[in-house]
Design a protein around this ligand. Structure first.
Ligand code: SF4
Length: 266
């Protein structure tokens, strides 16, 4: 039985004697269980390699910590709710006939590798330390051009976004490289479709020309090296600077990061 199910069944059996409270607890717990089931189902294509999200994270040290099993913590309800919104959108907003395309790329060897080959590798296969996995949302053919489209949910709160976020552009550029190596297709354009959660998923498309593949290749190689060299330097961003209305910290590794000298970089 999946670990969170065990916890939920334990919770459900602990009725407190008030039927109305029991009903509320039951439906809320059942909803949280359904959320986690949906997230679990969607993580099915995650292979035990580097993931594109590790390379585009605002803080590489955070990506480094996320690979250390002892530092992993259970997902809280708030994070599950955020990820669940993304799952709903990705499951239901299919923009073209080629979507959710998973690709793998060996950064050191500069060659593609079939995801099924990676899946068949032993858990501790050292080759996995050089392999990057990514899943492209939608590949479109518009006019004579191939376009990589990537959907992003966000909360605009009245702010009008002027351009795509650098990390989202970088993500599309990495998909461009992987697509070229996997299928020989060169996508000269990228498009982030921003969907405002606070306004009925109001759409805002941001289109841009993608970067040359060699540029992205160098970025991947340099970043992989910094992962392999030990603990990358921390980058203090919105994830852990507490500069938000509720002074929230969005990184689960703050304690470890402080032990590893975070204050020298503040
Ligand atoms: S606490 Fe901040 S600097 Fe440290 S790993 Fe997390 S995000 Fe990076």
């Amino acid at each position: 039985m999946k670990p969170w199910r065990v916890a939920f069944f334990e919770q459900n059996s602990a009725a407190n004697g008030n039927i109305e409270d029991d009903i509320k607890d039951f439906v809320v717990n059942a909803f949280h269980k359904a959320q986690r089931d949906a997230l679990w189902k969607n993580s099915g294509t995650r292979l035990d390699t580097w993931h594109v999200s590790d390379f585009v994270s605002p803080c590489l040290r955070k990506s480094h910590y996320s690979k250390i099993p002892e530092l992993k913590t259970a997902m809280n309800d708030e994070m599950a709710a955020i990820l669940f919104q993304g799952v709903i959108v990705h499951d239901n907003v299919i923009l073209g006939s080629i979507n959710e395309l998973t690709m793998c790329y060996d950064i050191e060897k500069r060659e593609n590798i079939d995801p099924s080959t990676v899946k068949a590798m032993e858990k501790d296969d050292p080759r996995k330390k050089d392999i990057l996995t990514g899943t492209l949302d939608d590949l479109l053919r518009i006019g004579d051009e191939y376009v990589i489209a990537d959907k992003k949910t966000y909360n605009a709160r009245g702010y009008v976004k002027k351009e795509a976020s650098p990390e989202h552009i970088l993500q599309v550029n990495i998909y461009k490289l992987m697509l070229k190596y996997s299928y020989g297709i060169e996508a000269n354009y990228g498009c982030n479709l921003y969907l405002d959660k606070g306004d009925g998923y109001k759409e805002l498309p941001m289109v841009y020309k993608t970067a040359p593949i060699e540029e992205t290749q160098k970025f991947l190689e340099t970043t992989l090296k910094s992962f392999k060299d030990g603990i990358p330097d921390p980058t203090i961003t919105f994830l852990c600077n507490g500069k938000n209305k509720d002074k929230k910290i969005y990184c689960n590794f703050l304690e470890q990061c402080e032990k590893d000298g975070r204050e020298k970089f503040v």
